[in-house]
Each structure stands twice: as structure tokens, then as C-alpha cells.
Ligand binder design. Sequence first.
Ligand code: GLA
Length: 377
Amino acid sequence: MIVKTPPLGWNSWNTFGSNINEQLIREMADAMVETGLRDAGYEYLVIDDCWSLRERNEKDELVADPEKFPSGMKAVADYVHSKGLKFGMYSCNGTLTCAGYPSSFDHEFIDAKTFADWGVDFLKYDNCNRPLSYSGRLLYKRMGLALANCGRDILFSACNWGAEESQNWIKETGAHMWRSTGDINDSWASIKDIAEKQVRLLPTNGQGCFNDMDMLVVGMGGKGNVGMGGCTLEEYRTHFSVWALFGSPLMIGCDIRNMSQEIKDILMNKEILAINQDPACRQPFAVPMIQEDWFAWKAWVRYLEGGDIAVGFFNFGDTPLYPTLALTEIGLGRVSGKALRVRDIWADKDLGVRKDHLSVYMEPHCCVMLRCSVVDA
Ligand code: GLA
């Protein structure tokens, strides 16, 4: 199975934590269709930790908690599939999951078969409670091999938070995406921290195995399992833009049954999603300009398939900024005889043709996302 663009979907953890059940998952499947998220490309509906009983059955298999999931996981998977979505589940490489439920250590092949029998299409695989003598590097390979031999295409989403320098070996394991940083929470500080830590890992991102910056907090509004202070709309827009431009999988974490129009407009912005899903999956580069502190201001540029250029300006600082990007820094400039036709995506505005530079204005924590086409000067 080859995954060509960053996976898109929804995951239960950020808002619901252990408070999950069959009814909720069915409602989420319905909401993915009714809100238009599915048609915008969000495909996977993923149940995170806390879905199982505390004990395996007599055949040593994992068992869905019958109080939470009275119809069983196969029925839930069938419902999710009937909505034109794909179904994801969660396990872990240790003896217990991060929340203390039975986990797949030494049960990799039997669990992969169980997931395949239920109709699972995506497995998030965590990194807690590992016996000390086993490396993640080995245990992720075990599950990668088990999934590759389970008789069903199951996307392997490794979740080891970038531990053990996993950027150096994660592709050995068969992972299709891998958590490159620690857990997100619904605060501006967390968004900023993850974005900054991602920078050195960008060269490892690419088609087939994507750097996962963690589930989105867009729209959480400080509520739910990882809800902290919450963020402003502008901060959510910047968060979404960075994740999209950096080529991360986009797994929504808010309660999609109750999204405001503003939140829908962020999560379903077609032009931002098109950059995230650009088939070339190239890494963005920082334009080497201006100040030492990359958060102060810096443009992130990504060459897209077909010759267009995406440019993201992010103001992670606390004062307004007016950055300028010289076109010579991105391969153009007077001598090329070319210029850029510029579109401001969030403002939904065509800005005309620029020959020398791009200048924008940003309030603190805001961003500007441009899509530019190369034209004759
Ligand atoms: C870890 C993961 C989270 C979530 C929890 C569940 O912390 O990084 O994304 O899956 O475990 O317990």
C-alpha cells in the first residue's frame, strides 16, 4: 500500500479522550458527511485509545468494550464504510496502551488479524509501556510486518512522538505517517512549539511516509480532553496553514457536530487543502532572510506540482509585522524576465502581478497564505 498524499480525517482523542462509544462514532460519521468534510477530502474516522475491555478473550484477542460498543467493532466499521468513509483504530507497541488498556506487544500478528477481520483501514500505533529491553525501532517493525501480512490494506500511523530519533529509521518499519513531535493541546503555545520542532524534520517528510504534527485543535475552543485555554480564530487559521503547508496529515480533533461557519471555512478551505494535498509532496523551505529568531518572521515557500508556488507568512510573534520577500530569494527576480501573479487565499483576493517582492501585513499570531503563478514580467 502506498499513501500518496497526507491522510485527512477525524480522531476521537482531542475532544473525547476515554469518553467514546458507538453512538458517538456513528454521529461523527454522519457529521463528516453532513458538514461536507468527507467531500472536502477528510476520509478517515479514527477511534483512539480506550475502546477495549481491560482483558483479552480466551483466544488472546482484543475485545471491544460491549458497554461502549454493544454492536461490536465490525458493525461500527460497516456503518463508517456505509458513509463512504474509512475506519481507523488504535493500539500500542507496549504491554498496555498509554491509557492503560491491553496493547499489542507480543500480540502483533493476532491483533493485526483482528483489525483486518473488523474491516479496519487505519491503525494508529502508540509507544507507551514498552518492556525496557525492546526498542521502538524493533517494535514498530513488528507491527509494520504484521499489518503488511494481515490480508487487508491498513494505513500504519506510527505514534512515537519523534522519540529515539525516529526520523532516521521510521521508514524501515512500513509506517505511512509518523508522529514527529509530542502531544498537542489546545493552546497557542503548543501550536508554536510543535511548528518550531518540525523545522529540522522537514527533510524527512515526503510521499509514502508523512511527518505527522499531531491532530488539529482547530475548533476545540478550549473544550474537551486536550482543551486548554483554547485559541482565537486567527490562531486556529495559522495552525491549520502551517500544518497544511508543512505537508502534515490533517486529522481534525474538534467536535465536528457543532462547528461554527468560521471553523468550517478554515477546515474546508479548498485552496489550502490543495496545497497540503499537492501531488508532488515537496518540502517547504524557509527563505533565508531577516532575523535569527525564525518565529519573528520568515516566509515558508513550497514549489507545487505544475510550477505554482505557495508562500506562507506566519507571525508567531506578539507584535504586528510587515515582512518583505524578495523574489530573487525564490528563484525569480528581474533577470528571469518573469513575475508572479499572486492570490491571497484567506482573503480570497487576487493581488495582481508582482515583479520584485511580496510584502504583507500581519497582526500577531496571524498568517498570510499566497498561491502564486509564474507569468511573463
Ligand atoms: C498518546 C498519544 C496521543 C493519544 C494518547 C492516548 O499520548 O500521543 O495522541 O493517542 O496517547 O492515550
